[in-house]
Write a protein that binds this ligand. Structure first.
Ligand code: NAD
Length: 488
């Protein structure tokens, strides 16, 4: 049975909009309909952007930083106070195990508001006293002002966490936002509207329009002339379309895009730690993590042992529904994505890969046969230039290749159009620093993966992104730095 239709959240109120169009929100666990979602088109986007623009001139624009920061703490507390509702909504939309979302999606989603509130409260600006020919001098100082209306376009893999990762700093800096969540995962973004109202966020500061990308809410939003900047997380090809839209009117963009991330495992690694880390980086969230590993390079002396142990780990994963507390492996996001991932599973076989484990669809019984399930999968034996090694699959799978020397593996790890994340496994301190410095990715972990400090720069190199968010680096995108020169 389906629940209440999801509406847009515009100017502090839930509204179905005027387009009259709805689409279905499908549960990836069994293919059932969770609810209808109202689709926003031009009128809904216009209304949301107008509300956001007006709110900049209202009480929000006049608040002190301290007042804004206090409200953002209330937003975080509000999410935590309704933790179970957010957890339920997120797991319905994504099918992911509650045991995972309880530790990552919801708490980190809430803490983004507090982390960026603290950043803005403590952010310094610069002053340059300057000499002038008449001897009186001048004083230059800079101020940070909000950029204006920020369009936030977010993906489905970590819906609340990745959306608040943008909304948190945007609001901390005094901007207003119009969010277009993924069409696959509208529930938590919608629920956050209630929390915003309860926390005292003025109407029009946080707006949500649901819909798709092309010819729908996403495209209308990014094309809207009153949107001052666009922050996007999603596929590189979508980012390209959004940059074209942003070029009209010279709007700034922040792009967090796809990856084809390597893990490099040296023979002198701590094998237990490496297996644990690579297991997580390949299979957590059913492989649907932008920072996840799809290419594993293992030094030849330990190759066979590593492959055997990763295989055992993959076969030990417990596939199950969100409510199954023992489950650590859920379905993919949708049937459409399942088809894409299974296409790569077929391709790997056709290309002659050795299928170490998986490669198909698990038998989940009749009740769940309509779900988007796939098996955790490991391959060996393919060349570095095969599509399996070049294209982002975004599923629970990896290819493992042997390597013989440090320079060789650095070249192979960097041989990709992407540059998002890498993990290096070695107990040799000098080697870890030497290799990490040569990897062309925005984030490199040594003997760990997904260990995140929100004060650090986050973003991709090459086709994995533009700009850095996190800590003070978020200020570069979410504020306008202005210089004031006072002749004394
Ligand atoms: P996607 O690009 O298909 O969609 C992302 C969002 O963009 C959705 O809300 C979608 O409706 C919207 N959209 C699509 N076309 C649009 C258009 N023309 N104009 C405006 N909006 C449009 O991505 P996805 O499938 O939701 O997410 C998976 C991808 O996201 C993977 O490539 C993954 O690597 C990437 N990702 C990157 C990061 C990062 O931090 N670098 C984090 C998570 C996910």
């Amino acid at each position: 049975m389906s629940g209440k239709a999801v509406m847009h959240f515009i100017n502090g109120e839930y509204t179905p909009g005027t387009s009259g169009k709805v689409f279905q929100n499908i549960n990836p666990v069994d293919g059932s309909v969770i609810c209808d979602v109202h689709e926003g088109l031009k009128p809904e986007v216009d209304a949301a952007v107008t509300a956001a623009k007006d709110a900049l001139r209202g009480p929000w624009g006049k608040m002190t930083i301290e007042e804004r920061v206090a409200i953002l703490h209330k937003v975080a507390d509000g999410v935590n106070a309704r933790f179970d509702e957010f957890l339920e909504a997120e797991c319905k939309d994504t099918g992911k195990p509650k045991s995972l979302a309880r530790h990552i999606d919801i708490p980190r989603g809430a803490s983004n508001f507090k982390a960026f509130a603290e950043v803005i409260k403590n952010a310094p600006t610069e002053t340059f006293p300057m000499a002038t020919p008449d001897g009186t001098g001048a004083l230059n100082y800079s101020i940070r002002t909000p950029k204006g209306v920020i369009a936030v376009i977010s993906p489905w893999n970590l819906p609340l966490l990745l959306m608040t990762w943008k909304v948190g700093p945007a609001l901390a800096c005094g901007n207003t936002v119009v969010v277009k969540p993924s069409e696959e995962t509208p529930l938590t973004t919608s629920l956050l509207g209630e929390v915003m109202n309860d926390a005292g966020v003025p109407a029009g500061v946080y707006n949500v329009v649901n819909g798709f990308g092309p010819d729908s809410a996403g495209a209308y939003l990014t094309e809207h002339p009153d949107v001052d900047a666009i922050t996007f997380t999603g596929e590189t090809s979508t980012g390209t379309a959004i940059m074209k839209a942003a070029a009209v009117g010279m709007r700034d963009v922040s792009m967090e895009l796809g990856g084809k991330n390597p893990a490099i495992v040296f023979a002198d690694c701590d094998m237990d730690k490496a297996i644990e880390g690579v297991m997580r980086s390949v299979f957590v969230n059913c492989g649907q993590v932008c920072l996840g590993t799809e290419r594993v390079y293992v030094e030849r002396p330990i190759f066979d042992e590593f492959v055997a142990r990763l295989k055992a780990g993959a076969e030990d994963l417990k596939v199950g529904e969100p409510d199954d507390e023992d489950a650590n492996f859920g379905p993919l996001i949708s049937k459409e994505h399942q088809e894409k991932v299974l296409g790569y599973y077929d391709l790997a076989r056709k290309l002659g890969a050795n299928v170490v484990t998986g490669g198909g669809v698990p038998d989940m019984g009749d009740a769940l046969s309509g779900g988007a399930w796939v098996e955790p999968t490991i391959w060996t034996g393919l060349d570095d230039d095969s599509a399996i090694m070049r294209e982002e699959i975004f599923g629970p799978c990896c290819h493992i290749s042997p390597f013989d020397d440090e320079d060789e593996v650095i070249l192979r790890a960097n041989d990709t159009v992407y540059g998002l994340a890498c993990s290096i496994w070695t107990e040799n301190l000098s080697k870890s620093h030497r290799v990490a410095g040569q990897i062309e990715s925005g984030l490199t972990w040594v003997n760990s993966w997904f260990l995140r400090d929100l004060r650090t720069p986050f973003g991709g190199s090459k086709q994995s992104g533009i700009g850095r968010e996190g800590g003070v680096h978020s200020l570069e995108f979410y504020t306008e730095l202005r210089n004031i020169c006072v002749k004394l």
